[in-house]
Design a protein around this ligand. Structure first.
Ligand code: MG
Length: 348
């Protein structure tokens, strides 16, 4: 019951064809349809020159020939939401149609392309990690309609020249999974097999100018907490990180227990032992349960029914602690409580 609660995030709303949705409460907004949010971007070629891309009808539109744009903000591991729309007037074919791209940390491209009924090479289609991995599905809507990317990005982690985590992309295109924890394999790129390589911790998010007036809207991200491999406590846990996290939770619950009295204190102490052993807490729990048993034994027979709920609850807790060996085998509380339960005929 008392392990740390997750932070509260008020969810946003979904987009409709006519209107972009609202981001969740803790999102960092990169473009919300207003000219003011264009200030969060700059030209990639000669920063800090302002971008020549334009805000039109609440959308951010690529001006062909003006070059990539990038955020002024540097972004690392994140959940990224991007909506884009290829021109409704279909022009060009293969890679020449509605081509743009989302570059996390400016390094690796999640392809933006209008390959709706427009065949091209698989690892260059929308939702591909460009040049590395084709999407698992072509879930595109027609050109001119809004396409939605939800991307979970984990950068590669190198330490002392050794790769600890290759980094990963998980991508949903219009709510369809198109990348599922795809390893990064370095930067990717055109006609070049890529390989793992160190990358910075953060970098600007870039959008590609590939000569097509692709539009964007509703761009936001949420930074993700560090992975265990990077000193945090998310993702795959090393045994050391798992132990450290359990010890931290146990400590927090013990600090709470210290502020309580009687049964609530005892229950909290027992709970803390499920996360990490502690000699003093175990001794306290043992003494607390024995004192409780002594008190229960002094309750007159006529008062036992009123105590039933408390006793059955304690039996359940002690059974649990004994079964999973948080209490030592020689600890007799379980047998004593069982005897009280049987003596009152509550076992039937
Ligand atoms: Mg592209």
């Amino acid at each position: 019951m008392n392990r740390p609660q997750p932070p509260i995030v008020t969810p946003g709303t979904f987009s409709t064809p006519e209107q972009p949705g609202r981001p969740p409460s803790d999102a960092r907004v990169l473009f919300d349809g207003t000219p003011a949010t264009l200030d969060k971007w700059e030209a990639d070629k000669n920063p800090p020159e302002p971008t020549k891309w334009v805000v039109k009808d609440g959308t951010l539109q690529c001006v062909p020939g003006s070059g990539y744009i990038r955020t002024k903000e540097e972004i690392g591991d994140c959940q990224l939401h991007v909506e884009w729309s290829a021109p409704s007037k279909v022009e060009g074919h293969s890679q020449g149609r509605g081509n743009s791209g989302v570059f996390l940390m400016g390094q690796t491209e999640i392809q933006v392309l209008d390959n709706y009924e427009n065949p091209t090479y698989a690892d260059g289609t929308a939702g591909s990690v460009y040049g590395v991995n084709p999407p698992h599905a072509n879930a595109l809507r027609k050109p001119g309609e809004w396409q939605v990317y939800d991307i979970i990005f984990r950068r590669p982690i190198f330490k002392d020249g050794k790769m600890l985590d290759s980094g990963r992309y998980t991508v949903m295109l219009n709510n369809v999974v198109v990348q599922d924890s795809t390893p990064l394999e370095g930067g990717g790129g055109h006609k070049g097999r890529s390989h793992d390589r160190p990358m910075p911790d953060k970098g600007p998010l870039k959008l590609q100018d590939h000569g097509n007036p692709v539009r964007y809207r509703n761009i936001w991200y949420r930074p993700l907490p560090a992975r265990a491999v990077d000193g945090g406590d998310m993702g795959e846990m090393t045994p050391e990180a798992a132990t450290a996290k359990k010890q931290q939770t146990a400590k927090m619950i013990r600090e709470d227990a210290a502020k309580l009295q009687g049964l609530p204190k005892l229950r909290r102490q027992m709970e803390s032992l499920c996360y990490a052993p502690d000699t003093a807490t175990l001794a306290d729990s043992e003494a607390g349960i024995n004192a409780w048993i002594t008190a229960v034994k002094q309750v007159p027979a006529t008062g036992m029914e009123a105590k039933k709920g408390e006793i059955m609850q304690m039996r359940e807790a002690v059974d649990y602690m004994t079964h999973f060996k948080f209490f030592p085998a020689e600890f007799t509380a379980k047998a004593q409580i069982d005897k009280i339960v049987e003596g009152n005929g509550w076992n039937k």
